[in-house]
Design a protein around this ligand. Structure first.
Ligand SMILES: [Zn+2]
Length: 440
C-alpha cells in the first residue's frame, strides 16, 4: 500500500488563558531562534568551526538546564526551531555557492515570527478528531484547544505546526495517508488554460470551444479596501512624521504610534488575512472542479516573464525622456503582487490534485513555447505588447490574446512543438497523445 503525506490545516479557538500561554510559547521560540542565530553568526564571524544542527541541539540542552521557562517547553519542538535556523543557514550557503545575492539569515521580530512545530504525534501534542463534530488538540503546557476544520480524509498524524497568521491561530498537521483514500475521480476532457490578471483563466477545450473564469467579485472589492486603507495609513504616518519632525524615510518608533495608526494597521492586516483565506478556499474549489472535469490539462510554467504582466510606462512622444501619467501602474502593482502569489498556489494545488486523480497535468516552458506571442494556427510568432488584447496573424487568424495563448498551449500539449523549424518535441508521452484528440 502506497503511503503519501498530506497536510490539513485547522483553525484553533484557544480561550483567553490558552491564548496567552500560546503567545508566551511563541515569544520563547522566537527568542530561541534569534539566540541560536546569534551564536551561529558569532562563531561564523570569529572563524570558529561551524555549528551544525546537532551542535545546536546540544546547546539547547544546556540552555534548558539554565532556564525554567525553556525547561517547560517541549524538547522536540525546540529542536524544530533549531532546524529552522539550520535551514535558513543552508539556504544562505547555497545562495553564496550559486553566486546569488546571499541575504544573511535575519533576526526575526516577534511580529514576523510565525510559530513553532512538533515532531512526533503524542510528544507535546495529541490530536482528538471526532467524526461527528469538530475536534480538539491537546498541547502540553497550554491545554486542550478547540479547533475547526475537516479534511476530505484523515490518516496517521505525524508532525504538526502551530501558526499564527493575521492574529489568528492554526494547527497544520501532516498526515500519512494511504494513497487509495485520497484518490479523486478524474474527468474525461482535454484542455489547456492561460491565466492572467484581467481574466483569471481562459480555458481552451479540445472541441475548439473556449471557457473563461473571472476573478471573483469579492477579490476586487477587497483589493479596493486594501487600497483605501493603505492610503489612510500613509496619510496618518505622514502626519505623525511631521509632528515628530522625522524625515519621510525614517521609521516611526512603535511608542509613537497613534491609536488611529494602530487601528488602521490592524484593519489592513485583517483584510489581507481575509483575502488570503477566501482565495485559498476559492482555489481549492476551482482546482478540484478542473481536475474533476479534465483528465488532460496543460498550462504554462510560472516564470518572471509571465509573472510581471504590468503595463509598461508610456513615453511622452512630444517630450523626450518624459513619461505620460500611467495611473494603472500602482493599481496593477498591487493586483499583481496578490495574484502572482495566487498563480503559484493554484498551479501547486492542480499538481497535487492531478496526482490524486492520476490525470495528466503538464506545464509548458514559457520561453520555449511563448504561448502569448505564438499563433495557435500557424505557429508564427506575432509580437504584441501588453496593451494589445487581440491576436492578429498574417495567416488570417484573429482572436483574443488570452484565447490564442490558451489554444497555443493546448496545441503544444497535444502535438508537441508544432511550429515550423523545430523538431516535434514530445510534450506528452506518446500513449497519452492518441487519447487526447484535438480539433482546430
Ligand atoms: Zn498565424
Amino acid at each position: 500500500m502506497e503511503i503519501v503525506q498530506r497536510k490539513i490545516t485547522y483553525r484553533l479557538y484557544p480561550n483567553a488563558t490558552q491564548e496567552s500561554a500560546m503567545a508566551d510559547t511563541l515569544a520563547l521560540h522566537c527568542r530561541v531562534y534569534n539566540s541560536l542565530l546569534e551564536e551561529r553568526r558569532r562563531r561564523f564571524e570569529a572563524g570558529e568551526s561551524g555549528m551544525n544542527f546537532s551542535a545546536m541541539c546540544r546547546e539547547l540542552t544546556v540552555w534548558r538546564r539554565r532556564s525554567s521557562a525553556l525547561e517547560s517547553l517541549n524538547a522536540q519542538s525546540l529542536q524544530v526551531t533549531a532546524k529552522r535556523v539550520d535551514i535558513a543557514f543552508d539556504a544562505f550557503f547555497r545562495r553564496v555557492k550559486a553566486g546569488e545575492k546571499p541575504g544573511y539569515p535575519r533576526f526575526k521580530s516577534i511580529r514576523r515570527f510565525a510559530g513553532w512545530g512538533y515532531k512526533t504525534h503524542g510528544d507535546g501534542w495529541r490530536l482528538n478528531l471526532r467524526p461527528d463534530k469538530h475536534g480538539t488538540v491537546r498541547l502540553s503546557g497550554i491545554g486542550t484547544v478547540r479547533m475547526r476544520g475537516k479534511g476530505r480524509f484523515t490518516g496517521e498524524p505525524k508532525t504538526a505546526e502551530i501558526i499564527r497568521r493575521h492574529g489568528k491561530w492554526y494547527l497544520s498537521v501532516t498526515f500519512n495517508v494511504e494513497a487509495d483514500r485520497i484518490a479523486r475521480i478524474a474527468g474525461g476532457e482535454t484542455a489547456a488554460f492561460d491565466w492572467g490578471l484581467t481574466t483569471l483563466l481562459t480555458i481552451a477545450k479540445a472541441d475548439g470551444s473556449i471557457e473563461t473564469i473571472d476573478n471573483p467579485r469579492w477579490l476586487k472589492r477587497r483589493l479596493e479596501d486594501i487600497r483605501t486603507t493603505s492610503r489612510d495609513i500613509s496619510a496618518e504616518e505622514t502626519r505623525i512624521r511631521q509632528m515628530l519632525g522625522l524625515k519621510p524615510e525614517q521609521p516611526i518608533p512603535y511608542a509613537r504610534y497613534t491609536c488611529k495608526l494602530k487601528r488602521l494597521r490592524k484593519r489592513l492586516s485583517n483584510i489581507h488575512g481575509k483575502v488570503a483565506r477566501q482565495r485559498h478556499d476559492f482555489y481549492h474549489k476551482l482546482s478540484a472542479a478542473l481536475i474533476g472535469r479534465f483528465a488532460f490539462l496543460a498550462s504554462e510554467e510560472l516564470s518572471p516573464a509571465n509573472m510581471s504582466k504590468a503595463p509598461k510606462p508610456k513615453p511622452d512622444p512630444e517630450n523626450l525622456g518624459a513619461f505620460l501619467p500611467n495611473g494603472a501602474a500602482r493599481k496593477a502593482g498591487l493586483n499583481r503582487g496578490i495574484l502572482d502569489a495566487a498563480g503559484s498556489k493554484l498551479l501547486g494545488m492542480l499538481r497535487t490534485k492531478a496526482a490524486e486523480a492520476a490525470s495528466v497535468f503538464a506545464l509548458a516552458n514559457t520561453r520555449a513555447v511563448k504561448p502569448t506571442q505564438r499563433c495557435h494556427r500557424c505557429g508564427t510568432l506575432v509580437v504584441k505588447d501588453l496593451s494589445q488584447r487581440e491576436h492578429r496573424c498574417a495567416c488570417g487568424c484573429v482572436c483574443g490574446r488570452d484565447e490564442n495563448a490558451a489554444k497555443t498551449l493546448l496545441r503544444w500539449f497535444c502535438e508537441g512543438n508544432f511550429w515550423p523549424g523545430t523538431g516535434r518535441g514530445a510534450a506528452m508521452p506518446p500513449e497519452t497523445l492518441s487519447t487526447a484528440p484535438c480539433a482546430w
